[in-house]
Ligand binder design. Structure first.
Ligand SMILES: Nc1nc2c(ncn2[C@@H]2O[C@H](COP(=O)(O)OP(=O)(O)OP(=O)(O)O)[C@@H](O)[C@H]2O)c(=O)[nH]1
Ligand SMILES: [Mg+2]
Length: 136
């Protein structure tokens, strides 16, 4: 089935630092998805912990939070047919070592703790994350 839906995507500090903003935006646009909202911003600790709340009990949580607040990020709302799963496929596996070539992580990352982008893992997560970042 085809759903017109919205998802949340964030270029993480290593993606911004490696000058991959244009590359990621280009892939989204060339795929036919639409960038509805976008902002360059810096997360504070509270917002980062809220965003990654599901991982609070993981051993890597503190490292994850410190990394995501370490520099600017680009947060955006992306829409299109099946946008949630299409973006997840374009991003590739969580561990870049396992991400297929042609995916963002498979092309630009090698380390699970610095994997360039975040994408919502479900329509429910997208709704929550869009509310957190864009208040809508
Ligand atoms: N150091 C470390 N970081 C991890 C590990 N697993 C996940 N992470 C980090 O935590 C983030 C969130 O994990 P998940 O939500 O399970 O993975 P994901 O959905 O592919 O990644 P996000 O799109 O960032 O949410 C990942 O993107 C990684 O940066 C791990 O085993 N070790
Ligand atoms: Mg996730």
């Amino acid at each position: 089935m085809i759903f017109l839906e919205k998802t949340f995507l964030m270029i993480k500090p290593d993606g911004v630092g490696k000058k991959l903003v244009g590359e990621v935006l280009g892939r989204i646009e060339r795929r036919g998805l639409v960038i509805e909202e976008m902002k360059l911003m810096r997360l504070d600790k509270e917002m980062a912990e809220e965003h990654y709340a599901q991982h609070r009990d993981q051993p890597f949580f503190d490292d994850l939070i410190n990394y995501v607040i370490s520099g600017a990020v680009v947060a955006m709302v992306v829409s299109g047919k099946n946008a949630v799963s299409v973006i997840r496929k374009m991003i590739g596996a969580t561990n870049p070592f396992e991400a297929e070539p042609g995916t963002i992580r498979g092309d630009f990352a090698l380390d699970v703790s610095e994997n360039i982008v975040h994408g919502s893992d479900s329509a429910e997560s997208a709704k929550r994350e869009i509310l957190l970042f864009f208040g809508e």
